[in-house]
Design a protein. Structure first.
Lengths: 420, 323
């Protein structure tokens, strides 16, 4: 038994924001209420802390199988736990690609010993090569929660149509990395004054929105569930807003780096290289507004570890992506809560009920639910040190950043898997 | 009144981060090295015992020869690394390659690389001075310095000049360095070329920049025309038929008449005669192409002298003919 005392319980599903106790018995929440007593229970004093349903990360790369020198399921989930996440969704672009049930089962076998829950995302197409559909139903039986060819867009409108039609009765969302490949070809950052100054090849903002527009048309055509990964531009956000208004089953996620940084921050340091690239100030403002007004459904990290040897190269040659588990909540607090843009309830929603809804699940901090909880502080002063990260990789532009607020403890299935 | 001494530079990575004052000092102090090029005995002993690593990760003949000659005329030894023959073909990383070079203890590393920012990447990681000999589509600072020296010799100043830069400005490191340099001295710069190679964002690079899509207009009363090389080896998207380029943007004698009568024409070389420039212009009285080459030696000699800091000397002439 574990009794979490005196925390500020924030539960978006019920709209709760009150000082309450949470009693956990084995793997489930037994009771939530004021001044609970449980003789013999281990007590966690959460006074001054927020107690929230367990955070879900819809978008990450754990690199196993095939990229173990950059990350493993063990190290990646330890980093996730340190970021307050109790469940993470690894993308299928491993080697081999997670495009069949055997790979899905391998991932879940490895995840049995992991710090947090692993909900794999399977490939849309075999080898994510954009030709024929992967074994989606078999993967679903093995445990995938969505499909995506992430790293690149679903290759053609025709394939996307098939995938969305096929996934509709399965209840799986199709997650797409939206970009027009001809505009993205060879680009290493966002096109704009900064790319021209640095002499780096840029992709215009339209690159993403063209992909989003295509996908929304297919969502309308099929009635399927579409989730836009790492949405990064104002134009894309407006397309999603209009699609939602039209009643389509379209959702989207935004990463902390896209709502924190802009292309003006880019230097020749490959820790600023990610895809989609950092956008303009206008884009960042639009994302912050979308996070506040409900257009954005979830904050997702796109945690993309690359071992130092891969990132310590010329900007042009470096792979895209940065690690993100351990800084996600702190950046959200910095950019969204402390600036007064959103309420604490909305912030928690973006990490819990929001992503759960994308997957067709619920997330509640209530009696009978699995005891997955994220305990965090909105005030704790701390500094993120990349060399102390649990990830095997160090590729982050936020090394040395001072934060106000961050994760304090992560509870998965009634067990404290990490505590600051 | 004391004249403030410009902050000493450690590397030459780009023009953008230099002040006008620093650039003016670089140009002034290159002057004596111009004179050396005219002397019968061109070799100094200033950098005897020093060594210069010339690491070219991209094919080049002219710039390499210029730096190699500059080092030789100062008495320095050179170590040459060429992309074609190095272990780069075997997949060695830039970092490993430069650490290997560094272990040979050069006093300066000169880098040309196809990736923008590669010299900055190296300079951050090595204790040795780095000279950028052209990085990707970013900058080519020594070219801008030698161009400025050439312009100043002919025009007596940089301030207030009308300079037309003609060609694929977006992908030109020569253009970028020239824009930064000339703008710092208050030149009026006109950018002209096919619109997809002269995007609006270029106007954010510096003050006093104007894009002009029509060559005739861009040449009107110009003091200086810098013709960029059409990079036949680069595949542009969308590809522009060469005939279209020639039709609209070739610098011809007839078009040059719109510029001031005493206008000068610069080209970083190697020229594609009959493509970006009419042979009559390339060889005409307004062309400064050969002066540019000679001035390149002067600027590069001075930079090596400055960054390596050889034996003390009051003037290069004092050490002249010692070897």
């Amino acid at each position: 038994m574990l009794l979490i005392k005196n925390g500020r319980v924030v539960d978006p599903a019920s709209g709760t924001d009150a000082t309450l106790d949470v009693l956990i018995v084995e793997e489930r929440i037994e009771r939530v209420g004021p001044a609970l007593a449980a003789p013999g229970a281990e007590v966690f004093d959460a006074a001054g802390l927020v107690v929230a349903p367990g955070f879900i990360d819809l978008h990450c790369h754990l690199r196993e199988p095939g990229g173990e020198s950059s990350e493993t399921i063990e190290t990646g989930t330890r980093a996730a736990a340190r970021g307050g996440f109790t469940a993470v969704c690894p993308m299928p672009n491993t080697r081999p690609v997670n495009d069949n049930a055997a790979v899905t089962r391998f991932i879940l076998d490895r995840a049995a010993a992991a710090s947090v829950r692993v909900w794999p995302i399977g490939a849309v197409s075999k080898n994510s090569s954009g030709e024929t559909l992967a074994e989606i139903a078999a993967m679903q039986q093995a445990g995938i929660v969505a499909v995506s060819d992430d790293g690149k867009p679903v290759a053609t409108a025709r394939l996307l149509r098939q995938a969305m039609e096929y996934c509709l009765p399965l209840g799986l969302p199709v997650v797409d990395h939206c970009e027009d490949p001809s505009l993205a070809a060879g680009a290493v950052m966002r096109e704009g004054p900064r790319s021209v100054r640095l002499g780096l090849r840029g992709m215009p903002a339209a690159t993403e929105a063209i992909g989003v527009a295509r996908d929304i048309q297919i969502a309308e055509l099929t009635g399927g569930r579409l989730h836009i990964a790492h949405l990064s531009t104002r134009a894309s956000l407006e397309l999603v807003r209009a699609a939602k208004r039209a009643g389509l089953a379209v959702t989207c996620e935004v990463t902390p780096h896209h709502f924190t940084l802009t292309d003006e921050d880019v230097t020749y340091d490959a820790r600023y290289k990610m895809n989609p690239p950092l956008g303009s100030r206008t884009d960042r403002e639009a994302l912050l507004a979308g996070l506040a007004d409900g257009t954005v459904d979830a904050i997702a990290t796109d945690h993309a570890p690359h071992e130092p040897a891969l990132k310590e190269v010329e900007f042009d040659r470096a792979p895209f992506g940065i690690i993100g588990f351990e800084t996600a909540l702190a950046l959200a607090l910095e950019q969204l809560l402390h600036t007064g843009r959103i309420s604490l309830l909305r912030l928690v929603e973006l990490f819990t009920t929001g992503p759960a809804r994308v997957l067709g699940r619920h997330r509640r901090l209530a009696s009978g639910e699995p005891a997955d909880l994220t305990i965090f502080s909105t005030e704790l002063e701390w500094t993120f040190r990349a060399d102390q990260s649990a990830s095997k990789s160090r590729n982050t532009p936020f090394d040395g950043r001072r934060f106000r607020g961050g994760p304090v403890a992560t509870i998965v299935a009634g067990r404290i898997v990490w505590q600051r | 009144m004391r004249v403030s001494v410009p902050e000493r530079i450690r590397h030459l990575l780009d023009i953008e981060s230099l002040s006008a004052e620093q650039i003016a000092a670089l140009l002034d102090q290159s002057k004596p090295f111009q004179e050396i090029q005219r002397m019968p005995l061109k070799k100094l002993a200033t950098l005897r015992g020093k060594s210069v690593a010339i690491a070219f990760f991209e094919p080049s003949t002219r710039t390499r020869i210029s730096f190699t000659t500059a080092a030789a005329r100062l008495g320095a030894d050179t170590m040459q690394l060429q992309a074609e023959t190095s272990s780069l073909k075997k997949g060695e990383s830039l970092l490993d390659t430069v650490y290997t070079l560094e272990a040979m203890k050069p006093d300066c590393i000169i880098i040309r690389h196809s990736a923008s920012g590669a010299p900055h990447f190296v300079a951050e990681r090595l204790p040795v001075p780095v000279i950028n000999a052209g990085d990707g589509t970013h900058e080519h600072p020594t070219q801008a310095l030698l161009d400025a020296l050439t312009i100043r010799d002919r025009k007596g100043r940089l301030e207030g000049l009308h300079v037309t830069i003609l060609g694929d400005v977006l992908h030109s490191r020569v253009a970028r360095s020239n824009i930064h340099l000339l703008a710092k001295f208050g030149a009026h710069i006109r950018l002209c070329g096919p619109p997809m190679w002269v995007p609006r964002e270029l106007e954010c690079l510096a003050p006093n920049l104007t894009r002009m899509p029509h060559l005739e207009q861009a040449l009107e009363d110009a003091d200086v025309v810098i013709v960029l090389r059409v990079q036949l080896e680069r595949i542009h998207e969308p590809a522009l038929p060469l005939e279209e380029y020639v039709l609209q943007y070739q610098l011809t004698e007839a078009r040059l008449r719109r510029a001031r009568p005493d206008a000068i024409v610069l080209h970083p070389g190697p020229m594609n005669r009959g493509i970006e420039i009419e042979p009559a212009v390339a060889d005409g009285p307004q062309s400064c192409v050969r002066e540019q080459v000679t001035n390149g030696l002067a600027v590069r000699m001075y930079l090596l002298y400055l960054l390596i800091g050889g034996a003390p000397m009051d003037s290069p002439g004092a050490a002249h003919a010692a070897d």
